[in-house]
Design a protein around this ligand. Structure first.
Ligand SMILES: [Zn+2]
Length: 666
């Protein structure tokens, strides 16, 4: 076997294993063996780059981040299905279909699960995946090929040995499995990023990402449900045969489709899955019913918007009914009070739920929620479910409207309502609960990451009076800790070591750890990169802060307010005295751009031209105003000018802000 053949042979094997793993879920080799094959292929391709082809399994994630997706016109319009929530409409659909096909026609249906995801269209030519697009308006969609390539259940090349049309189209639903969705939201909650409302939003958001590497990390999958070709010899008589063909070609077809001899069987299928839906590892929001006979489909045709041969039955959102035993008001680290309902434990979408958020006093008033009420709960994007409505028919007439607290349940300070905000806030920054939450936040994994300093220990230390603010952490003595219940000398020593180690954490973690309202992980990183030191950040005024891309007015105001507070300034001074890092780590590797010449063009997403220039210069690089053969890099943003063209002509490397920041090692 020559090199080219061994490369092809490896690819063939990997494709087969991918199919077994991602589509059939029946792997025949271990992950280790699989990784070895991939490594072998990568090595060969590195040695012989002339043999790299876009359909190689190593090329799923490729290309530079894109700015926007080009639009494509669908070869066949992507119609949407008409949908209904009632069985009556289903029976009507059956009657209409039969009368359009002559009343004595026998009509067989195929019922499929309606996957709650994003519809996409995939084009294949000569067995290769050449283009993938979103539905868009049905006529024109976005070309998201680069992102779809990262989905392992989409074959880049049809498994060999199959007779296939030279050109065909596949439609399917890209979705995020429940497990990936929960993991992503958990991570986002930790980083104080906004949460995805549901797996569908998460899948849609992911497909719009401009960096395919990030898409690859999100574990999207696809079920194929539609096959189309114009080549006569591949035209099957029924839809079910097309589904079987898709399976043979290596596509992931949902296994639960069913051929139904009449509409009664369809209704039974709907009832069955409405009950069983929570047992599936992905979300479904209904059932799709199609006429099985493709000839009949053709006769029925389409309306302007949707096919006449299919209809979707939508399930209502999954709910459970239970009783509110009590309502407690939780005080957060910024003083905001959140009402939480303690529920009679109930099963919902596969888990037992005993708490639900009531959001804020306005929500309670709007829904007229009372302690002792029976309520319907639903899972949203949050980890904690929400109360949708009260079941008034079961309300005990003795129940009184909920009392909205006027004073903090922890420190008894009079509560305030901030303008423009519905939330109630305890204004006492020395409120013990706020202190506990702030210190816990400071020590948490995404902030200073002090191992062993969890909520329970923080509570104990605050109660003992050892901790009043985050600076006190650094004056803790091993003896003090060892005295506490369940803390031996050993764990006390370990904690002191962890506290000591946290002094070296990066500036962005410190900024995030301070708990400035509205400043999450991402904003903290931007502030670190922009200001490079706590001192510079402290001195920044509104104008300067608002110039920064990614820092809005609300954030800017919050930062200015935070540093205006004398108590916060004192805490920072003390942290400085204890030797906590107050400078960006970027400053230490200052000379990473030594000897390199940059030319700037276009608008960068985060930095102004001036800031970028400063950054290059503080790292030892040089900025020139025109591109020449001596230019090392052109740093290009949006709407670049002729400099970009010149760079391309001269073969000068063009980079975007992200790659630039990677060069700085931040
Ligand atoms: Zn309080």
């Amino acid at each position: 076997m020559n090199i080219k053949e061994s490369i092809e042979d490896l690819r063939r094997k990997i494709r087969r294993y991918d199919y077994e793993y991602y589509v059939k879920a029946q792997p025949t080799i271990s992950d280790f063996e699989y990784d070895q094959l991939i490594k072998k292929l990568e090595k060969l391709e590195q040695q012989y780059p002339e043999y790299i082809t876009p359909d190689s399994p190593t090329q799923r994630v490729s290309g530079e981040p894109t700015k926007e997706f080009p639009s494509v016109i669908h070869r066949y319009p992507m119609l949407s299905l008409s949908n209904t929530y009632s069985a009556q409409d289903f029976i009507e659909f059956d009657r209409r279909t039969k009368s359009a096909l002559k009343s004595d026609a026998h009509v067989e249906y195929v019922a499929e699960l309606k996957i709650d995801g994003v519809a996409v269209s995939l084009s294949y030519e000569q067995g290769r995946f050449v283009q993938g697009a979103t539905r868009g308006d049905g006529i024109r969609g976005d070309d998201i090929t680069i992102n779809l390539r990262t989905i392992r259940s989409i074959p880049l090349k049809i498994i060999e040995g199959k007779k296939i049309p030279s050109r065909f189209e596949v439609r399917g639903e890209v979705f995020m499995p429940k497990k990936s969705f929960e993991e992503i939201n958990k991570k986002r909650a930790e980083q104080e990023d906004s949460l995805f409302a549901n797996p569908r939003n998460a899948a849609a958001g992911t497909l719009k990402l401009q960096d395919a590497r990030l898409v690859a990390e999100r574990h999207l999958e696809m079920f194929a449900y539609y096959f189309f070709t114009e080549e006569d010899s591949f035209l099957n008589p029924t839809h079910v045969q097309n589904l079987e063909l898709l399976k043979r070609l290596g596509f992931n077809v949902n296994p639960h489709f069913k051929v139904c001899p009449d509409i009664g069987a369809v209704l039974e299928y709907v009832r069955e899955w409405e009950e069983k839906r929570s047992s599936l590892p992905y979300e479904i929001d209904g059932v799709v019913v199609k006429v099985n006979d493709l000839q009949q489909q053709k006769i029925l045709g389409n309306t302007a918007k949707s096919p006449r041969w299919a209809i979707a039955f939508k399930f209502k959102a999954e709910q459970a009914e239970t009783r509110i035993n009590a309502v407690v008001w939780q005080v957060g680290r910024t003083g905001i009070l959140t009402p939480v309902a303690e529920l009679e434990p109930v099963k919902l979408a596969g888990t037992t739920v005993s708490r639900a958020t009531l959001h804020n006093p306005d929500e309670i008033a709007r829904k007229d929620i009372r302690q002792g009420d029976f309520v319907f709960i639903e899972k949203g994007g949050d980890i904690i479910p929400k109360v949708v409505a009260v079941n008034l028919s079961r309300r005990d007439t003795a129940l009184q409207p909920l009392k909205i607290p006027t004073h903090c349940p922890v420190c008894a300070t009079k509560l305030v309502r901030i303008e423009d905000e519905v939330a109630l806030r305890c204004p006492n920054v020395e409120c013990p609960e706020q202190i506990i939450r702030r210190i816990e936040h400071f020590a948490s994994r995404n902030a200073m990451d002090i191992e062993g300093l969890g909520i329970a220990l923080v509570e104990l230390l605050v109660k003992k009076g050892f901790l009043k603010n985050v600076a006190d952490i650094y004056s803790l003595k091993a003896e003090q800790i060892a005295e506490l219940e369940r803390m031996g000398e050993k764990s006390a020593d370990n904690l002191i070591k962890a506290i000591e180690a946290s002094k070296k954490q990066s500036l962005d973690r410190l900024i995030f750890g301070l708990g400035i309202p509205y400043i999450g992980v991402t904003a903290a990183k931007i502030l670190d990169r922009t200001f490079q030191s706590m001192e510079a950040l402290q001195q920044a005024d509104m104008d300067r802060l608002q110039e920064i891309n990614g820092i809005g007015e609300k954030m800017a105001l919050s930062i200015v307010d935070f540093f205006r507070d004398e108590r916060n300034r004192q805490i920072i001074d003390r942290l400085k005295e204890y030797g906590i890092r107050m400078e960006s780590t970027g400053l230490e590797s200052k000379q990473t751009l030594q000897g390199l010449t940059f030319v700037l063009t276009g608008t960068l997403p985060t930095y102004s031209r001036k800031q970028a220039q400063e950054l290059i210069e503080t790292h030892g690089g040089r900025v020139s105003s025109s591109v020449s053969s001596k230019t090392d890099y052109v740093l290009a943003g949006d709407n670049p000018g002729s400099k970009l063209f010149k760079a391309r002509q001269l073969g000068v490397k063009v980079i975007d802000e992200k790659s630039f920041l990677d060069m700085l090692g931040s």
